[in-house]
Ligand binder design. Structure first.
Ligand SMILES: C[S@@+](CC[C@H](N)C(=O)[O-])C[C@H]1O[C@@H](n2cnc3c(N)ncnc32)[C@H](O)[C@@H]1O
Length: 381
């Protein structure tokens, strides 16, 4: 049996996470006009500055993510463990009302019944009290879906709602990068270019910048809004984004020939792009260099550029040019430090990340960083 209104008891203990929001005194929340509220810089923020460092107000474990409704039991359980002050922080956030559905309310009501949730007096919730509890929880679930962030790649560490981060609107040309650090269990946000005082801080909600206008629209529609960012109101960059998409697909296919064979059978798009796939390491390097150039040109200096520099470095190494491989590895490290800071011990531990790759190249070159004969086994990650 779980007690629904234990918040009163919690309240007496005081808020657990108040004062844990770390906005570092350089931002404020205010109205954007067209996108609701947003987060704005109150002073000039130089590139590679940590803008925010925050713990979630609510988090749930990793799930399949295929159907958000699969997360309802984990969400309801997590909600029961919050203080009343934390419910209030959740309730203050933006709610996409399209995400409040009768089916969700029914599932949540059933969850309350099955768990035998009680009120403050220890009486099992039923009738109107049960209806009201299910209604309030359904709205909170919609708030969760509106604001949630995946913690780690593909939500490896679950997903959570971070109150200050939740105020940040989406842009297809974002000026910050967010990352969950499993070492510190916090979400950090770094500026990926200089942000002027008064400028809105924007992040990307979508999977990749290498997407056409139509593909970006489909992704933001899944979030329940039509994007009104600069890139979506400016048609002059459409050709660049189309080219970026093609290069990204070609490189992905080059990296995963198995996937390419599958796609050729099932996807008309893959068949359309097939003749243009790079047929050699040299061709792949050219594609990766071109993609890096296009990302930079549009100020998309986030982790996608980092990944592309790694590809440039890997292909250069395969072609025997260790000097060029080191050059791109250093560029990758610069972007990685800009996007996620230097608390990256977890990446080193998992033999990932730019520092790991650079150290690996230095080892291959005999620790000098100079070009020359490659020592030992070549491990391409
Ligand atoms: C996580 S919240 C962001 C903060 C929110 N604007 C607020 O008032 O608290 C996400 C919601 O903001 C709005 N939004 C975010 N980015 C947008 C964009 N690029 N264009 C239009 N609306 C946007 C949408 O309503 C979306 O559901």
């Amino acid at each position: 049996m779980v007690l629904a209104c234990s918040a009163i008891e919690f309240e007496a203990m005081g808020p657990r996470s108040a004062a844990l929001d770390q906005g570092h005194g350089m931002t404020e929340i205010r109205s954007t006009g067209s996108m609701g509220n947003g987060l704005f810089a109150t002073k000039h923020i130089p590139r590679a500055t940590q803008v925010l460092d925050e713990v979630p107000v609510l988090a749930i474990p990793a799930s399949s993510e295929l159907d958000p409704d699969d997360d309802i039991p984990a969400f309801c359980t997590a909600l029961q463990h919050l203080f009343r002050t934390e419910w209030k922080r959740l309730d203050d956030l933006h709610c996409n009302t399209a995400l409040i559905t009768p089916a969700r309310r029914a599932t949540i009501r059933q969850w309350y019944k099955d768990k035998g949730i009680t009120d403050n007096n220890g009486d099992t919730l039923k009738g109107k009290k049960l209806q009201d509890a299910a209604k309030a929880t359904t709205k909170r679930f919609a708030i969760f879906l509106t604001n949630r962030v995946q913690m780690g790649a593909q939500g490896l560490y679950g997903s959570g709602v971070f109150p200050l981060y939740s105020r940040i609107n989406h842009s297809c040309v974002p000026n910050v990068h967010n990352a969950y650090n499993p070492g510190t269990q916090r979400l950090t946000l770094y500026s990926i270019r200089d942000i002027g005082a008064g400028e809105q801080i924007t992040t990307s909600y979508i999977s990749s910048a290498c997407r056409t206008r139509q593909q970006r629209r489909e992704e933001t529609e899944n979030w329940g809004f039509v994007c009104s960012c600069l890139a979506c109101t400016d048609t002059s960059i459409d050709l660049l984004r189309q080219r970026m998409f093609e290069l990204d697909q070609r490189l992905a296919a080059y990296e995963s020939p198995w996937q390419r064979r599958m796609d050729l059978r099932t996807s008309p798009l893959a068949r359309m792009l097939a003749p243009a796939m790079p047929s050699s390491v040299k061709g792949a390097l050219q594609d990766a260099e071109q993609l890096a150039e296009l990302l930079k040109r549009q100020g998309l200096e986030g982790m996608e550029l980092c990944k592309t520099y790694r590809e440039c470095s890997k292909y250069s190494l395969k072609l025997g040019s260790t000097e060029k491989a080191m050059y791109y590895a250093r560029k990758e490290l610069d972007i990685e430090r800009c996007c996620i800071g230097t608390e990256t011990a977890h990446l080193q531990k998992d033999m990932e990340g730019a520092e790991y790759w650079l150290a690996h190249l230095e080892h291959l070159c005999g620790g000098t960083g100079n070009s020359g004969e490659v020592k030992g086994e070549l491990i391409i990650v």
